[in-house]
Design a protein around this ligand. Structure first.
Ligand code: FAD
Length: 425
């Protein structure tokens, strides 16, 4: 059996590793000169910056990605973050970091609430495990349950950090799947070597199973035979296969077989694709001589104007920065209407960092923005249309087809695992 994978991002390489392990002859075609897509390192002044992710796995060493890496025998060490904190203003009546702040533990998120609301949270924790809320957004649900503005800010900061969305565009069902996964798999972690530590390990597995990865090789068309995916076109060459897996998201995959999909029978699939929205964001990488965050988990910043959260990965892997330096990375959600004003959004993010770290010395190493066809997520969380396409033997993996409740790369892993189950069973 022969499988072709289009794209050497995390989803493509996970699929290639699993299929090559199962005995498929695997060819991966990647248009860029490097592998890993939005999940690899970029070396800059001795710092291991990244092409996308913040070197953080949402569920650390026991999450879906860690499990899949173990299953394919990829040699990656993932270290659980020591804690996660939330930066609060000193006075809730004057919610501004400029007037002073304190940090509380993530698990103590309810402490700023009234006694009555804390009791309500405790009851909801029990009742929502039995019967999940449905049919609204996180924002609308929080507002119907609580009058307190704090929880809306907390939800926005959490959704902005982990999904690059505002809480008013996340379905409440998705949040409860995420919470369930947090109970099940635990909190975040950092792979040694950062994103590239994962990518290198997967490439080693693929090579040892006889798979091949071709960089600078763009697929221009997916071939169909009797209505089934049967190969791809690269330049003027045809490569045949029994199975094609696309790492490009549903919309870009559909463009590679648009002639076949123009038939009337596929109109509902094409219509569904029109509603898929990528999520946008800005990442700012800082270098400092002393720790700014002080631990290896996220620091959520619900009272900043734009920055949703910050991490400092060098507490787990000091080699991600030159000796004695720290690498600190902030992430901020960008609303669709602000994608055209990225410079203003970046300026607001930089102002936030000055308020969050007053009097601290740091250097801004790199500012990256992600949107449209190089987004934070190809399909906003909770909107993923699954891994199957209307064309037999053509599957989509990656963050355009995540599993339910799977934050970012955990969702990529859940989607790959579900696809492999379908193919290999
Ligand atoms: C700013 C930012 C911060 C993030 N932080 C985190 C984080 O801390 N933790 C986390 O879990 N996730 C994070 N993510 C999300 C994570 O990076 C992505 O979900 C993940 O990397 C997406 O992987 P993918 O499998 O969808 O592949 P992609 O990275 O999208 O790779 C697809 C590949 O396909 C190639 N390709 C496209 N077209 C063709 C073609 N025609 N022929 C051949 N090749 C083609 C592309 O060049 C690319 O290499 C972050 C993302 C961003 C942008």
């Amino acid at each position: 059996m022969k499988a072709i994978i289009i794209g050497a991002g995390l989803g493509g390489l996970l699929s290639a590793a699993r299929l090559s392990q199962a005995g498929y002859q695997v060819d991966v075609f990647e248009r860029l000169p490097i592998t890993g897509g939005r999940f690899t390192n970029l070396n800059y002044k001795g710092f291991q910056l990244s092409s996308g992710a913040l070197h953080m796995l949402p569920h650390g060493p026991s999450g879906p990605l860690a499990q899949l890496l173990k299953e394919v025998k990829a040699d990656v060490r993932i270290v659980r973050s020591d804690k996660a904190t939330i930066r609060m203003p000193l006075k809730m009546s004057r919610p501004d970091y400029g007037k002073g702040f304190k940090d509380i533990y993530f698990n103590d998120f309810f402490t700023p609430l009234s006694h009555r609301d804390r009791m309500k949270i405790a009851l909801l924790i029990v009742s929502t495990r039995k019967s999940r809320p449905t049919g609204s957004t996180v924002n609308a649900w929080v507002r119907t349950q609580f009058k307190d503005e704090w929880l809306v800010r907390f939800a926005d900061s959490f959704c902005g950090w982990s999904l690059s969305l505002k809480s008013d565009s996340v379905p409440v069902e998705e949040l409860f799947e995420i919470i369930e996964n947090m109970y099940r798999f635990g909190g975040s972690g950092i792979p040694i070597g950062g994103c590239k530590g994962v990518i290198d390990a997967l490439e080693a597995v693929i090579a040892s199973n006889g798979g091949r990865i071709y960089t600078k090789t763009e697929v221009s068309k997916i071939l169909l035979e009797n209505g089934r995916a049967a190969g791809v076109v690269v330049g003027d060459k045809i490569y045949e296969a029994n199975l094609v897996i696309s790492n490009l998201g549903h919309a870009a995959t559909a463009c590679l077989c648009s002639e076949a999909l123009s038939e009337k029978t596929y109109s509902s699939y094409l219509k569904m694709l029109e509603n898929l929205q990528p999520s946008a964001g800005i990442k700012i990488c800082l270098a400092a001589d002393e720790p700014l965050v002080g631990h290896s988990g996220v620091l959520l910043t619900p009272y900043a104007k734009r920055v949703n959260g910050i991490n400092e990965v060098t507490h787990v892997d000091p080699k991600l920065a030159p000796p004695g330096k720290h690498l600190t990375i902030s992430h901020q959600y960008v609303a669709p209407e602000n994608v055209k004003n990225l410079e203003a959004e970046i300026e607001l993010g930089l102002n936030d960092l000055r308020e969050i770290f007053p009097g601290k010395k740091y250097e801004v190493l790199l500012i990256q923005s992600y949107h449209d066809d190089w987004p934070v997520n190809r399909a906003s969380s909770g909107m993923d249309p699954g891994n199957e396409t209307p064309i037999p033997e053509l599957y989509v993996v990656g963050d355009g087809a995540k599993g339910k409740g799977g934050i970012e790369v955990e969702g990529v892993a859940l989607g790959v695992a579900a696809t492999m189950k379908k193919i290999l069973c």
